[in-house]
Design a protein around this ligand. Structure first.
Ligand SMILES: Nc1ncnc2c1ncn2[C@@H]1O[C@H](COP(=O)(O)OP(=O)(O)OP(=O)(O)O)[C@@H](O)[C@H]1O
Length: 405
């Protein structure tokens, strides 16, 4: 296939397994993010794709051509690192034209290409400046222009925004996405920042200990995490270990947490292994007594206003959770509330500018609720579970339009 294809890449450093049997593709024009905690093998993967590191096993294919044995300069790959690495003694235009000069491309063509890229990056008028006279964000744009100048087949971005302040980072990540889409260049984007990956990627590969836990669209990894690790790593999910009581009909199962019984969706489904990228296993629905993880996003967990005690059972598609308020972090537009419930830790995002006032209620007993369809079930003791494409069929409420008619 064209685009990028990694076939079973593995790399060890002594006894450390950095990357293990990694299968991953990026279709032409696709931006794939490699996301994961420190040490999960993101940079090693990128270095093997670039040609700076030799894999112990596996192949790297670029536009259908095996480039595993080629040196970096013959792979047709552009790279941007965290720390710009511009040449300080050269002007912006000379930096951008560097890769072309190395390829013996003439001065006129270098100038034309530099001007084209400066315009694309919104850096017009800066061609004659030295890097030291640019802001950090501008320097990183020049680094991106320099990587793109030789028209590479693949763009590799290694934590390109990590050295920048938050506002510049947000702005530049949108710029990177715009430029990447405008040029339609296949891109592999290494980051440990889930927000960056969710905001920029077509697909995200979530890595843990050198292996992909899940590969999917941002929505898939956020809404349908396949393992407790992915659920917890992306979006600060509440991931609660519970025990199944039994089926409750309508695609729901009953699970027990302390005194409370929740009904959560769990569709009977065939969990098929779709491709080598999916480390998914086949899995039957969890039976009574099985351990499962219930995932509820903080924004779907509601703090009840009153002091009403939680009923022991699910009412009209709503699950109840009693807890004690531990901590309140005011965020301006909302507050992140941390509570303890039946020995489990819960986080709820309470919207509203006045949510900060909850700080005065630390230590109080509180009640949370969440709709049955706000919960996502992960089972098989943490093994990867592949949900169906159709997803949840728990119509808690009909759409507004139908209710009105
Ligand atoms: N040259 C090396 N020699 C020895 N061990 C290495 C080397 N490069 C990486 N490692 C180890 O391989 C594992 C994966 O490292 P890698 O840098 O790929 O992870 P990462 O996900 O990019 O982490 P970070 O976000 O911290 O850069 C780590 O345990 C790391 O310590």
């Amino acid at each position: 296939m064209s685009g990028l294809e990694l076939r079973g890449l593995s790399k060890r450093f002594g006894s450390t397994v950095a990357v293990e049997d990694l299968h991953l593709t990026a279709a032409p024009g696709e931006l794939v993010a490699l996301l994961g905690p420190s040490g999960c093998g993101k940079t090693t993967t990128l270095r093997m794709v670039a040609g700076f590191e030799r894999p112990d096993a596996g192949r790297v294919l670029l536009d259908g051509r095996d480039v595993t044995e080629l040196p970096p300069e013959r792979r047709g790959v552009g790279i941007v690192f965290q720390n710009y690495a511009l040449f300080p003694h050269m002007t912006v235009a000379q930096n951008i034209g560097y890769g072309l000069a190395v390829r013996s491309i003439g001065a006129r063509e270098r100038r034309r290409r530099a001007e084209e890229l400066l315009a694309l990056m919104g850096l017009e008028g800066l061609a004659g400046r030295r890097p030291e006279a640019l802001s950090a964000g501008q320097q990183q744009r020049v680094a991106l222009a320099r990587a793109l100048a030789p028209e590479p087949r693949l763009l590799l971005l290694d934590e390109p925004l990590s050295a920048l302040d938050a506002p510049v980072r947000r702005h530049l990540r949108a710029e990177i996405r715009r430029v990447q889409q405008e040029l339609g260049i296949t891109t592999l984007y290494v980051t440990h920042d889930q927000e960056e990956a969710l905001a920029t990627a077509d697909r995200i590969a979530v890595l843990q200990a050198g292996r992909p836990e899940q590969v999917g669209s941002p929505e898939e990894v956020y809404l349908r995490p396949r393992s407790p690790f992915v659920a917890a790593f992306i979006g600060n999910g509440n991931v609660w270990e519970t025990t199944v009581e039994g089926e409750a009909g309508g695609g729901l199962v009953a699970v027990r947490v302390g005194d409370q019984r929740w009904l959560v969706p769990c569709l009977e489904r065939a969990h098929a292994k779709r491709s080598d990228e999916d480390a998914s296993m086949t899995s039957a629905a969890p039976g009574p007594g099985s351990t499962v993880h219930v995932v509820v996003r903080p924004e779907r967990l509601r703090l009840q206003a009153g002091a009403e005690a939680a009923p022991a059972d699910n009412r009209a598609g709503v699950n109840w959770v009693e807890g004690r308020l531990r901590d309140v972090e005011y965020l301006g537009h909302a507050a992140m509330v941390r509570a303890e419930l039946a020995g489990l830790e819960a986080r709820a995002l309470v919207p509203g500018e006045r949510a900060g006032e909850l700080r005065h209620r630390r230590g109080e007993d509180v009640v949370f609720t969440f709709a049955a369809d706000a919960a996502w079930l992960v089972w098989n003791g943490g093994e990867r579970v592949l949900p169906p494409d159709g997803l949840l069929s728990v119509p808690a409420k009909p759409p507004l339009r139908e209710r009105r008619s």
